[in-house]
Structure formats: C-alpha cells, structure tokens
Design a protein around this ligand. Structure first.
Ligand code: 0GY
Length: 305
C-alpha cells in the first residue's frame, strides 16, 4: 500500500554529524521508533499522522554511526496496536534491540508470550490527545495487571498540564513506570516552578517511576543553535534534564527519538543530540548510569550482574 505523509512533515535528517561526545561502551538508545516501511508494514487506519518511512536498517545504521550498542524500539502511534514493524526490527537486531509494545485488552496470553520472546519488555500508555483516541483507565489497568507477571514495565506519555488529573492512575500502576520526555515540561517556565516540581514530586514519592530525559528538540523554544559555541544546543531544556539526572541518577534513561515524529519546523541532527548528553550528565559516572547501567537494568536485566 502506498502512503502519503502528512503535509508539513519533515523527513528525518540524513547524513547526521559524527558526535564529538564519545558514548560509553555499551550505550543504549532507549527511545526510538521504526515507521513501516508502509509497503511492508502498513500504517494503522486509526493513526493521527502518516509518517515518512524509517526502516530497521536505517535505524541500525544510525546506531552504528552514533556509537550506540543497542536500541529500545518504542511502538509509535502511527502503527496503532499492530506491533509487526517493531517486532520485525527486534527479531532482526541480533539481540541488540528490545521493544515497547502497544496492546489492547483483547490480546491473548499466547500473543503476549510471543511478544516477550521477540524482545518486548513493556507496554506504552499514551495520553497525548493529538496522538491517540481515549482508552478507558480500567482497560489500561487490566493490561497493566496482565503484563506485570512477565516482568514488563509501563511507559507513559502525557503533557505536563495533564499530570494532576492522571496522578492517581499513575501511582496505582503495579510495575516500574517510565515517563516519556520528562512529562513534557513547558521549558519557558522555571525548573523550580510548580509545574515541573509536581513531576519531580511524582518521582520523589514513587521510586518505581523513572524518566526519559529525552526530546530537547521537541521541548526547546531556543532551538539547536549554540550561542558563541559556549552553551549547548537546546539550552533551555538543559536545566530540566540535568536536574532529573542529578536528583534521580539511577532512574533516568536517554534516547534519540529517531525518526522524530511530528516535527514540522526543525529536524534535529542526531549527532548534535548526542553532543547534548554531556551537558545534562556532566560526569562520567552519571553518563554511565544514564546510557548503560540504567537501561541495561530495565531492558537486559539478565546481563546485569
Ligand atoms: C515521540 C513523540 C511523539 C510521537 C509518538 O508514538 C508516537 O506517535 O511518540 C510526538 O508526536 O510527540 O516520542 O516519538
């Protein structure tokens, strides 16, 4: 089937720069996606956008170019609950990729087991209204209780303004919970202001809650240009990510978010995104936790001594 991508959609950046920051050995890109290719893995009828193609081969070429060892491939909403493209990426990764699926309550135990064998280690609950239709909380809680015995965790994606309303549901989840993109703070507001501090409180009070300190390109207002070469690209996002890395060094992970769905103004150079990391994790110890130890504990626990 041929798909025409949503007007205004930017393709991912081809020819990314080679990062100056040398990633630690065994670094994990813990948030990225594959899109189709649509001819092989059609996009879901209920999708809210039609992306460009972004194949497993292109993802793994980027992994090698940037210096990552492994990927965590997160099911994107354009594929709905058909996890075929993501699973195909996992099974062709030679064990170097694990995945996060989207499932419905109708999924059978056998199918959950097949996903596990392919390398899936969690499910994603998405509350971003522009991306998905509403799913009743009792359905999500039922899914949570079924995936918990597999040792899986739950990835949640929401906007900062919706946290108060979702709080009780989040804290009732029975597994490790990983928040996408720091709960999407409005970075024009202060780090010590009530909105971001509510998210910090969530992590302080619930030590099963982790955060991805990801997506500066999505959250930034100042953009990718470093001023006078002195400060980081996406400098307005640095204080938020650095704060979480320093407060919760054992519960943060990082990923590129390649191929960067829904960006219409600016598409990041993934090499530049990697060069952002030492601005938020300023010591070797913090970098190792963020990029190796933490994602390994979550996704490849059997390899952690
Ligand atoms: C991201 C962010 C977005 C999209 C999705 O699954 C998705 O469609 O996650 C977004 O548009 O903010 O993490 O890729």
């Amino acid at each position: 089937m041929t798909f025409i991508k949503t007007p205004g959609w930017l393709d991912w950046f081809s020819g990314p720069s080679k990062p100056k920051f040398k990633l630690p050995l065994g670094a994990v890109d813990a948030h990225c996606h594959v899109f189709g290719p649509g001819e092989e893995f059609p996009f879901a009828p209920e999708r809210k956008y039609t992306p460009c193609d972004a194949s497993k081969h292109q993802l793994y070429a980027l992994r090698d170019h940037l210096g990552f060892s492994r990927n965590v491939v997160v099911q994107a909403t354009c594929h709905g609950s058909d996890n075929a493209a993501m699973v195909d990426a996992l099974v062709h990764s030679k064990g170097k990729a694990r995945g996060i699926a989207t499932v419905k309550r109708s999924i059978s135990d056998d199918e959950l087991q097949r996903l596990h064998e392919a390398g899936v280690r969690g499910v994603r609950f998405n509350f971003v209204k522009r991306l998905v239709d509403f799913t009743p909380k009792d359905e999500l809680m039922e899914i949570a209780s079924r995936i918990a015995p597999l040792g899986w965790h739950i990835v949640i994606y929401f906007e900062a303004v919706d946290l108060p309303e979702l709080w009780d549901f989040f804290i009732a989840l029975p597994t490790t919970v990983v928040v996408d993109h720091m709960g999407r703070p409005d970075v024009t507001k202060p780090v010590d202001g009530p909105e971001f501090q509510l998210f910090v409180k969530l992590m302080q009070e619930h030590n099963n809650i982790w955060s991805k300190v990801t997506c500066p390109e999505r959250l930034s207002v100042t953009g990718p240009n470093a001023l006078n070469g002195e400060v980081a690209a996406y400098k307005d996002v640095v204080p938020f990510a650095k704060y979480l890395v320093e407060q919760f060094p054992d519960r943060v992970i990082w990923g590129t978010d390649w191929p960067h769905p829904n960006l219409k103004n600016h598409m990041p150079d993934d090499g530049l995104l990697v060069d952002w990391i030492p601005h938020i994790a300023v010591t070797e110890e913090l970098q190792n936790k963020l990029l190796v130890n933490n994602p390994m504990r979550l996704y490849w626990p059997e390899e952690v001594k």
